[in-house]
Design a protein around this ligand. Structure first.
Ligand code: PEP
Ligand code: MN
Length: 635
């Protein structure tokens, strides 16, 4: 039951109440929340709630309706955040545990620890006692394995987690382990749960192969009822009729459990799918679905693994996964929980050549084939037959659209790190015959591109646009042998390296560019900051498109009469018409020193196109040279 206490309850009244409940055989836990303080009292005896309600300092008594009490959100409304040695699991963060299925040797676990730490894991996993289906399979190194695991964890600052299969080893294991793991097969081994719970350390409890969510939460309840408060629930796939994947990952369990329980929920996509190629998509899906973290099997040499090799990621696959999670985090409003890590630097990946179809529409972009702008247009016009026409400058893109040489153009307008691309703002202002018809946002990921099978260490000159070089500064600093050579264009630098046929030269550009020129991606994701996005506008000739009836965004330009309060009046219109202003920029008007053109983006509330129209009408009478650049939707 939940006993809600009066804010003014005296300490002696509280102590008396707790003693009373404990004498009756209840386990009592005090939970101090933001709004109220409660006592959670859990026990097998039933007591008339009125007996407690009449005690001094008690406001009310609420029975917990669920079979699980301590694990229930009824008892604790806020999320449980587990803190082990300053590393946290739960709350607004994603925490990733990674490592091999089993500890196989000192060298293997050391190598794995370094790899997963460098990619951003917070804890190292590795079984020392393996509950294998066959008695003839590798059973684990036992205490020797625990020693190696601890040594690797300590060396790289990682927490360590490992499975416990028998109460007999529990006390010995506490010296080695930060987080105990209860395996799926032992989820209902109640004697083991009681023993592990009593150790008071954090415990990951995996969902049983055929356990319902309620049974799984009851396993957590067992652990909590016997002493630990720090339980992490781990969804690892359940057994269904489907046999293509090892198990069926029950992603919907995540939001279900998050609602029922305050405990953190993590997902093990490795045991869930049993196939390494399926781990990355399911891991991202789990994070998107609200998981608090992941447990992923990573092996330095999966083909030599003594257990679960086919589902173990290669270290470079894990690195890619971590970068994708980092990019996903701002989208879901969480941060990746990290311990400081130097990033690894030697990965060789290859891309296949891109082939393009003949087409119906022509879209001009600035740059050579493989440029980020081309990638953006391919994504924007996905499913349509397009010819991408490279131009040497942004002005040429505008000219192509105005003259009808191209149906559309695509221009970058803003980068999340480098800011606005002023040339394109100015070109929009100078072209009254152009309108914006769409917007595309693209994550900028840079790759080191060179000749197939080139050792990164043998590269001495790296070519790219100065922005590309600047955005990969950390990687380049780590490779002192690489001379940075500025080039006019990222994709152009790839074309140059391909033409030059010198294997000591490489370029920095988007990975797609490699395939256009018969080169390979030598290292993917080398940008210093993975939160690197560029916003593009798709432009067309005015009148070529009817102004859309609906849109989620609109852009305007205007200048203002030179008198006090004119800008203020415009901003008032945005406020009154409920148009959320997402961007404002001012640009000098050529030929009119110290006069400016204002450029504004607004979000159009859903179904409120009429307030946009009204806003436009009001703005045009308050401003000079008012022009709607476009009403459009982001794709
Ligand atoms: C493991 O994590 O190595 C393991 C055996 O997992 P599960 O208990 O989920 O099968
Ligand atoms: Mn395993």
């Amino acid at each position: 039951m939940i006993i809600v206490l009066d804010r003014l309850i005296r300490e002696d009244q509280k102590t008396a109440l707790i003693s009373f409940l404990e004498d009756k055989g209840f386990k009592v836990r005090e939970i101090i929340g933001e709004e109220e303080t409660i006592l959670g009292a859990v026990g097998s005896i039933s007591l008339d709630p009125r007996v407690i309600e009449v005690k001094p300092g008690v406001i009310r008594v609420i029975p917990i309706t669920k079979a699980y009490k301590l694990a229930s959100r009824e008892l604790k409304k806020g999320d449980t955040i587990i803190n082990s040695g300053g590393i946290r699991i739960g709350g607004p963060r994603i925490s990733v545990i990674a490592g091999p299925c089993a500890v196989e040797s000192r060298e293997q676990i050391m190598e794995a620890a370094l790899a997963v730490r460098d990619s951003g894991a917070i804890a190292l996993r590795g079984g020392a006692y393996k509950p294998r289906t066959s008695p003839y399979s590798f059973q684990g190194l036992g205490e020797e394995g625990l020693k190696y695991l601890r040594e690797a964890g300590d060396k790289y600052g990682l927490l360590v987690t490992t499975e416990i299969v028998s109460s007999e080893t529990a006390d010995m294991m506490t010296d080695y382990v930060d987080i105990f793991q209860i395996g799926a097969r032992n989820m209902q081994n109640f004697e083991l749960l009681k023993k592990v719970g009593s150790l008071g350390k954090p415990v990951v409890v995996k969902r049983g192969l055929s356990a319902t969510i309620e049974e799984w939460l009851m396993a957590a309840e067992y652990l909590m009822a016997h002493g630990t408060e720090d339980v992490i629930l781990c969804e690892r796939g359940i057994r269904t009729f489907e046999t293509y994947t090892r198990n069926t990952l029950d992603l919907s369990a995540i939001p279900v459990v998050k609602k029922l329980s305050h405990l953190p929920v993590i997902v093990d996509p490795s045991h869930a799918t049993g196939l390494r190629g399926k781990v990355l998509p399911m891991a991202l899906a789990a994070v998107a679905a609200g998981a608090d973290g992941l447990m992923v099997e990573v092996h330095p040499h999966p083909d030599q693994a003594l257990s679960d090799g086919p589902q173990s990621l290669y270290p470079e696959q894990f690195e890619k996964l971590m970068r994708d999670i980092e990019a996903l985090c701002p989208v879901i409003g969480k941060d990746l929980e990290l311990i400081p890590a130097d990033r690894r630097s030697t990965i060789q990946l290859k891309t296949t050549a891109l082939t393009k179809d003949a087409s119906e529409i022509t879209v001009s972009f600035q740059g050579e084939h493989g440029a980020f702008s081309e990638k953006a247009l391919n994504r924007y016009f996905e499913g349509e037959k397009t010819t991408a026409k490279g131009c040497s400058g942004f002005r040429d893109v505008f000219r192509d659209v105005v003259t009808g040489t191209a149906d559309y153009g695509i221009i970058p307008i803003e980068n999340s790190l480098a800011g606005s691309i002023h040339e394109n703002y100015d070109l929009l202002i100078q072209h009254p015959d152009i309108q914006i018809i769409g917007e595309k946002m693209l994550r900028v990921q840079h790759s080191l591109i060179g000749f197939p099978d080139t050792d990164i260490e043998s590269i001495t000159r790296v070519y790219s646009h100065p922005q590309g070089l600047a955005q990969c500064a950390k990687f380049l600093d780590r490779h002192e042998n690489m001379e940075k050579v500025p080039y006019y264009d990222t994709a152009g630098s790839v074309a140059y390296v391909a033409r030059d046929k010198d294997t000591t030269k490489a370029a920095i550009a988007n990975a797609d560019a490699a395939g256009y020129y018969g080169l390979s991606v030598l290292k993917e994701g080398i940008e210093t900051n993975p939160n690197n996005y560029t916003r593009f506008f798709v432009i067309a000739r005015s009148g070529q498109h009817a102004q859309p009836e609906e849109g989620t965004k609109a852009s305007f330009i205007f200048s203002l009469p030179s008198k006090p309060g004119t800008l203020f009046e415009c901003i008032r219109i945005f406020a009154e018409e409920k148009l959320n202003m997402t961007k404002m920029e001012s640009r000098p008007i050529i030929g009119k020193p110290w006069k400016y053109m204002f450029y504004v983006d607004v979000e159009v509330p859903k179904g409120e196109i009429s307030s946009l129209r009204k806003g436009i009408e009001r703005l045009s009478s308050e401003t000079e040279d008012f022009r709607t650049l476009g009403i459009y939707t982001q794709r």
